[in-house]
Design a protein. Sequence first.
Lengths: 388, 595
Amino acid sequence: MTEMVYGAVPMRTGDAVLPRWWRTIDKWTMSCIFLLFGVGLLLGLAASPPLAERNGLDPFYYVERQIFFGGMAMAVMLVVSMMTPDAVRRWAVVGFLITLVSLLLLPFLGTDFGKGATRWFSFGFASVQPSEFLKPAFVVVCAWMLSAGQEPGGPPGKTLSLCVTILVVALLVLQPDFGQSALIVFAWGVMYFIAGAPILLLMGLAGCAVLFGIGAYSSSEHFARRIDGFLSPEIDPRTQLGYATNAIQEGGFFGVGVGEGQVKWSLPDAHTDFIIAVAAEEYGVVLVSFIILLYSVIVVRSLMRLMKERDPFTRLAGAGLACIFGVQAMINMGVAVRLLPAKGMTLPFVSYGGSSLIAGGLLVGMLLAMTRARPQGEIGDILLRRGR
Amino acid sequence: MIRTPLRPLARILKAREDGEDPGLIERENRRKRRDADRDRKRLRAQGRLLVLGLCFFAAYATIGVRMGILANVEPAEPKVASAGQQIVTQRADITDRNGRILATNLVTRSLYAQPHLMVEPERAARELAALFPDEMDEERLRGWFTGERKFIWLRRQMSPEQMQAVHDIGEPGLLFGPREMRLYPNGPLAAHILGGSRFEKEDVNAAEVIGTAGVEKAFDEYLRDPAQGGAPLALSLDMTVQSAAREVLGGGMRLMNARGAAAVLMDVHTGEVISMLSLPDFDPNDRPRPLASGNDPSESPLFNRAVQGVYELGSVFKIFAVAQAMELGLVNPDTMIDTKGPLVWGRYRIRDFHDYGPTLSVKNVIVESSNIGTAHIAMDIGAERQKDFLASLGFTKPTEIEMVEAPTGKPLLPPKWSEISTMTISYGHGLSASPLHLAAAYSTIVNGGTRVHPTLVKQAGPQNGERIISERTSRASVDMLRAVVTEGTASFGDVVGYEVAGKTGSADKPKPTGGYYKDRVIATFASTFPASDPKYVLIVTLDEGEDTIGSMPRRTAGWTAVPVAAAMIERIAPLLGLRPAVEPSQEAALIPANL
């Protein structure tokens, strides 16, 4: 009766968005990301004043910008992480098409900021690097293709995704941007691996890579010099790498003290590619170990969560996103400690850079969306299979 | 893999019999197969994700460990240059035979400016210009310091006082870099031998010092070789002797109004050059610029007369003809030689300083220095044999002494070794050689007859080369040379107690236009001492010296080079550790009387 008089109590079908999000999100990973961003701000306070001074700006100009863009990145991350994998996929496909077109337009509308590679669109107050936004969208699109290819009667996903990869890499190499192309290839490789690449093929590819490396070493002088420089124990102390190594050594375990570091004055890329050297000098190995720990928690924990995931698309996309994020950090830090040959690559969330921050937020938001806890049909397995 | 059939016939038939839809069975089997496939793929993906996760973990751990190791390493001293081509600043010292320093390094400071670090560029420019009024211009400095440049060299070297004065300006943009400079503490004493040095590659914190001349250049590689561990290079020179010789030679050159002078003192057994001088000389700490092209380089103080200067040395060559003739058995010291003059050969006439009568013994040909007699002996020897003999003494090639200038001291030989050349060369005309050549050849003649190669590097013991003449010939030659001093043209050279033996040579200087000057003479005294057991050869050469004490200027070597050489032997023989042999000669005189 009551219902007939006053109308039915509004019933919710399903859960409220925010509580469900909070229940299912990977809180460890998300905390690590917030911590990383905080560390990035802390290091920005140390590393960017010299740059600001050189450019005749307020000392903390870049820190303020970092806070502004970081706030946007966090917002983007939270919003994206609330989407379902299907929604992520839809938006990613749209985003992928947009970024692809903007990549195509780069040669005509882009600027190179005098660095010799046309990678940016300049919008007065900020500049955007489309390839940063392309990466997460690309991973999701490829994951979609590969997972669709696994369905009986599905499209030839592996071939399609390989074609997309080649197209994107070709566009990036034209800029030229070998670092991002390598990341793209790596992400595709990881997803192909998880989607079930034959072991023989993988071994064959590894063999080819080794052969190619040897061939490049013996034929290309430039390449050989880079590798020799990497392999030789002596290092030219006037290069960025030399300064970075020296900074790490100066810092020791507990650093020289906040604001006491010298390397930020001599390194042009102290706030981006070599921010880890600034961290090592001023705060010592303690902070660097903490940063490494944060990255490894994000990557390894995401991968572990994805192991339970039963939906092939979610699994592939999540793994690709986690790996592309992790390997970027790995390359950046590996270069600074001379485990890898020199290659410019930013440290996600820590290095300064507006568009890379927002793109990072996008990427991590997608990753969080993929690693959310979902019913995986385990109960059904138990009940149904046991029954038979 | 055993696949379950989609339509197992037994079940289908049974279903048909029961009237059920057999399609259901197929559908169920399809679903099972798909589930199994999906499970297989999921398990594989799980395994691979685990592998990936482990890889990432391992990689991060490696980076962390590596970071820890790096941080644990003491920071290397900031190095100066790029890896691979570091500037080697260590240059070994050069010492004389007794270890006294001839060349060493001194750390001074260079001065450079970094305008972007400057606080008061205007004041810095003003005060710097006041400190170095000769070199720095205030206007120009101000332009530099307020301009765009980030780095400006101001001064290569500074004394400590100058550095303190610049430091007191108190300008942080004026900076000092260490700069090792080469120092020659003895000044001009061995200037020609040492040569000089300059900066090559320059850097803020170091500069490379390289040799530019002399021993410094000849041994440049050795001196800079880090493998030597900075061990000094010991030369054969004796600085005490060099110093005494320079004093005497300089005084003699002034007294005799000579344009230049050279002296070489050589150990006859080792070929070591104990002392070598060329005057006028220079200070290698402030090496003068070479003369502009067009001028005669031999007029420059940089010119080393003893090594680079090739002269017709005159009668000092006579002993070579006589020694060779004795060695060949053509003559002995008492053989009488035709000295009737003048000797006419084609359109040439060979004269003597005096008329010595129709004949002279070979010994007296040397003692009296008869051109005609020597020419006759040379004719007996013949052109081929003379040429070979002089070549074996080293007169046809530059000396191989360890100086970069050595190859420029190339002897001038007659284009065609004709008979008249044979005759003139026998008394030292028509063949030009350096005083160092002469010293080596005399050493060979007097040391018992073995070839001597001149060297500037300290030797461990006698360096006996191939035998050129027999010991008997050598002995006879020394006796004749001794007679020149006791009885002949070099009577001023008889230094009491040191038994000087030698031969004078006075050669008219050739005109650049051809022919010879009548009043310009290269006077040479080639001597050896002590005659009883020759240990040293001393060559003294004066360029256009003349003794103007008498009514007529006297230019022959007996009046100019010989007294200078005698004064020099008087000074240096005691320094060389030779005992004056005064007593033995008296005994020698007494012994025959007792018999």
